[in-house]
Write a protein that binds this ligand. Structure first.
Ligand code: ADP
Ligand code: MG
Length: 392
């Protein structure tokens, strides 16, 4: 399977650029977040895992300073050219703003490429569905640069560089979760990450008698990025007001009790609800990981459900289509938990479903979605994979 993928991408490289000799092929995964949503820019905890699907690249150094990019997922735009002397974001650069941003971020840290590259990209992860194809593309680019140019960076650095470039080159104020999950993924494990200090632990996530199912709503509402940046600034304002009465660095430092005791200092009711979500979601994530360690998957599932309600009502990042997927899932016997995953406003849900209910889940949720939304949902049984690697 992996060998076929390597061959497929090298064949494309040869077709597009003429000669694939000496090209190397790399992979970086997408991710699904089990719980801990919109906590990663609030100094809270998250619990994502890397997927076995993600993004591949064939990469070959050039003799000059040119950069050439081709995505097998965006064949219509063809080869997009640029240069090491033009590492600035532009509309014409389209999707290549992601790899270019990573090159720019490396250069900003003193790691300058001395020659350009030809790249072919192929992703088997749906774009824009909340499974972080963008983070996988960033981590993939960083991993390839490290290998090609011998840059001295750790996988955590690859995550930080990816986030930095997405924030400052692509204008998306994402937290660290997506890039961290992609760069630090471990087969059959989720990552319990404290975003306040980047301390983390791997937790085995092989469920006895149940599967993790990602359901793609196939909708993505516009203004996702602006709404995301807006939530972020609402939380920053709420934090600043809380900091006038409590000594905290982020909303993740507050217990539920402390939040309830001090919440009235946040003078705007909407911002108060945003902060409430960040505080409670962080505590839910800690409790969920504790429950999982005790093999109490039912409690884990209930916390996932509570996470959804909070994201729907307090944080307001769900949408009708996603709520339908989750509500229909909750109706089915054998569904342990179900919630929106990723940034929101469309994208995917993540559910834990007992083995014997998996077929019913697909049928019933699929039929209800077809009837109520008029679209075909897509279902993926998740396999948890490793972080980035070279295909040898
Ligand atoms: P998500 O990260 O949830 O998948 P984003 O909107 O953050 O959604 O990122 C999607 C964007 O990332 C795409 O529009 C494209 O610009 C870029 N991208 C992701 N995968 C690929 C790919 N295989 N080829 C080219 N660009 C890609
Ligand atoms: Mg993204």
């Amino acid at each position: 399977m992996v060998k076929n993928m390597k061959t497929k991408i090298l064949e494309a490289f040869e077709k597009v650029y003429g000669d694939a000799s000496g090209a190397k092929v790399y992979f970086a995964p997408g991710r699904v977040n089990m719980i801990g949503e919109h906590t990663d820019y609030n100094g809270g905890h998250v619990f994502p895992c890397a997927l076995t699907i993600g993004t591949y690249a064939a990469v070959k150094k050039r003799a000059d300073r040119k950069l050439r990019f081709y995505s097998m997922n965006f064949t219509k735009v063809g080869v997009l050219e640029s240069s090491l002397d033009d590492l600035s974001p532009s509309e014409e650069a389209g999707w290549t703003n992601y790899p270019k941003g990573v090159m720019w971020a490396f250069a900003g840290r003193g790691m300058k490429m001395d020659v350009g590259l030809d790249m072919v990209i192929y992703g088997n992860i749906p774009n824009g569905s909340g499974l972080s194809s963008s983070a996988s593309l960033e981590v993939l680019t960083g991993f390839a640069l490290r290998d090609q140019f011998g840059f001295d960076v750790s996988n955590v650095d690859l995550a930080l560089i990816g986030q930095y470039s997405e924030n400052n080159f692509n204008g998306m104020n994402c937290g660290i979760m997506d890039q961290f999950a992609s760069a630090m993924g471990k087969k059959d494990h989720a990552i319990f990450l404290n975003t306040a200090d980047l301390s983390y632990e791997y937790a085995p996530l092989v469920l006895d008698g149940a599967k993790i199912i990602v359901t793609n709503s196939k909708v993505k509402h516009s203004l996702v990025d602006s709404a995301y940046n807006n939530r972020r600034s609402e939380c920053e304002k709420a934090l600043a007001q809380l900091q006038t009465v409590v000594d905290i660095k982020g909303l993740g430092d507050l217990s539920e009790e402390a939040f309830e005791a001090h919440k009235d200092v946040i003078d705007d009711p909407v911002r108060q609800r945003r902060a409430k979500h960040a505080v409670y979601e962080n505590q839910r994530t800690i409790q969920a990981v504790e429950a999982l360690a005790k093999k109490d998957v039912d409690t884990f599932g209930q916390l996932m459900n509570a996470s959804h309600v909070s994201l729907r009502d307090d944080y307001e990042v769900s949408c009708e289509e996603i709520d339908i997927l989750v509500e229909e899932a909750w109706k089915i016997d054998g569904v342990v938990g179900s919630r929106i995953t990723g940034g929101g406003f469309g994208g995917c849900t993540v559910s834990i479903v007992k083995d014997e209910a998996v077929d019913t889940f697909r049928e019933k949720v699929g039929a209800a979605y077809r009837e109520r939304v008029g679209k075909e949902a897509e279902f993926y049984v998740v396999e948890i994979g490793d972080g980035p690697y070279e295909l040898v």
